[in-house]
Design a binder for this molecule. Structure first.
Ligand code: ADP
Ligand code: ASP
Ligand code: MG
Length: 417
């Protein structure tokens, strides 16, 4: 007997037929004698609809009320799945974040889980109950419901798996694993049998939305054995209930991966914007003067490029922010124009960041040059570059995203034969 946390995303619970299919996956594990807790997302499109309603009601809405509204999607699914399981003879009950409780911080709309007392769910296991937990939500210190940021049900699942010391956390979604890149834009993408925590963390933070970044961090820190697998397969097909080797991708420690590639995957993020400050006074403290106020305004600055000034007096500073924050960023910079001391602000929406990821890069030289050459051959202009030990990120015009992803996927030998 093992303890398993099963998480089902929005498309997996999009309608009652799919919820019935999900219930069959759950029943399979229960019938195999495992202790099971389930985490569910809202039905596909529901959260977007709820977010849309908040914006329509008031563009400057209160984050606490936003949470009260958007958390409701998961509550509906949890109840529907519990009813469906009950009708199949499974002893199931739905639970909301506050009932367990899943305690978060006060950052409404993007809260972080602080603590989950696993004993509540362990007690349910003892009663032979399948707890169906509403993902994406918890209870904040102000005694109000809080949500965990978009895609947050993944994080609920991994955090619960850590709290109850589960043997496995299965993230069921609409693809059958983690691929070398988004299979929706590159049909030649290959499914990875395993990917290291570190690479998955980079993939997720650089745009692969298959897992929320925070869920990968938690899995890494708490050593949660996490699989990404498909809910669309027949729940009773051969091998689906294989405990050690379920179909899908295992996120694991680097040393569990036998055949390490130099490049493991390509990720992309659209909706990036580039801001350039021209003729900034080149003196100590100028970066702090620019990025301090942006940080205070909660604007996430990503790639930063600063030129060396020719005569030591003026320089250009270019950086990227999410497109949605461009207006706010420019307003903040304008307010601080005097202290920063720049000439003009220019901005360009419609940028995309394409990234090449692989822990093998640590020990291989020349990996980046291959990308630059391949993009040049396709006449794709590079606007900014950042690198780390295990990734290269390149900023380009968003119109070329698909072409760039496919080009890089092919040039690093990732295409399916
Ligand atoms: P869920 O609703 O189950 O949480 P998401 O839509 O959040 O599902 O995540 C699954 C999607 O992630 C897939 O449909 C796929 O298009 C996208 N995706 C992006 N990059 C990758 C990748 N490298 N491997 C697999 N899927 C990816
Ligand atoms: N329903 C939430 C969202 O769409 C959380 C999740 O699906 O993980 O972001
Ligand atoms: Mg998701």
């Amino acid at each position: 007997m093992a303890r398993i946390v099963m998480k089902f995303g929005g498309t997996s619970v999009a309608d009652l037929d799919r919820i019935r299919n999900v219930a069959r996956h759950v029943k399979r594990e229960v019938d195999a004698g495992h202790e099971v807790a389930v985490v569910v997302s809202a039905m596909a499109g529901k959260t977007n609809e709820l977010v849309g309603w908040c914006r329509e009601a008031s563009p400057m809405h209160d984050a606490r009320e936003y949470d009260a509204i958007v958390a409701s999607g998961e509550q509906v699914t949890a109840g529907l799945l519990a009813i469906t399981l009950q009708s199949m003879g499974v002893h199931a009950r739905s639970w909301q974040g506050w009932q367990i409780p899943i305690l978060t911080d006060n950052a409404h709309g993007a809260a972080r889980i602080q603590d989950i007392d696993g004993s509540f769910l362990v007690k349910r296991f003892g009663e032979g109950q399948v707890a169906v937990v509403a993902g994406f939500q918890g209870l904040a210190p102000d005694n109000r419901i809080a949500t965990l940021g978009r895609g947050g049900s993944d994080t609920s699942a991994v955090a619960i798996a850590a709290a109850v010391k589960a043997d496995r956390c299965d993230i069921y979604t609409d693809v059958d694993g983690v691929y070398t890149t988004d299979p929706r834009i590159e049909p030649k993408a290959k499914r990875l049998a395993r990917i290291s925590f570190e690479e998955m963390l980079e993939m997720a933070s650089l745009g692969a939305k298959v897992l929320q970044v925070r869920s990968v961090e938690l899995a890494m820190v708490h050593k949660v054995r996490t699989f990404v697998r498909s809910s669309f397969e027949d729940p009773d097909a051969p091998g689906m209930g294989d405990f050690d080797n379920p179909p899908g991708t295992l996120i694991c420690d680097e040393d569990e991966i036998v055949e390490q590639q130099v490049v493991t995957g390509i990720a992309y993020a659209k909706d990036e914007a580039q801001i350039s400050l021209r003729r900034v006074a080149d003196r100590p403290g100028v970066a702090g003067g620019i990025f301090g106020p942006l940080a205070e305004a909660n604007i996430n600055v990503d790639m930063i490029v600063q030129n060396i000034s020719e005569d030591g007096s003026r320089t250009d500073m270019t950086f990227t922010v999410p497109s949605a924050d461009v207006g706010k960023a420019i307003a903040v910079l304008d307010e601080n124009r005097e202290t920063i001391g720049f000439d003009v602000i220019q901005h360009d929406d419609g940028m995309a960041k394409v990234s090449v990821i692989g822990i093998g890069m640590r020990s291989h030289a020349g990996v980046a040059a291959i990308a630059f050459k391949a993009l040049a051959e396709r006449s794709i202009n590079i606007r900014a570059i950042t690198t780390s030990e295990i990734k290269i990120s390149i900023l380009i015009d968003a119109a070329y995203t698909e072409l760039a992803v496919r080009t890089l996927h092919s040039v690093y030998g990732l295409d399916k034969q």
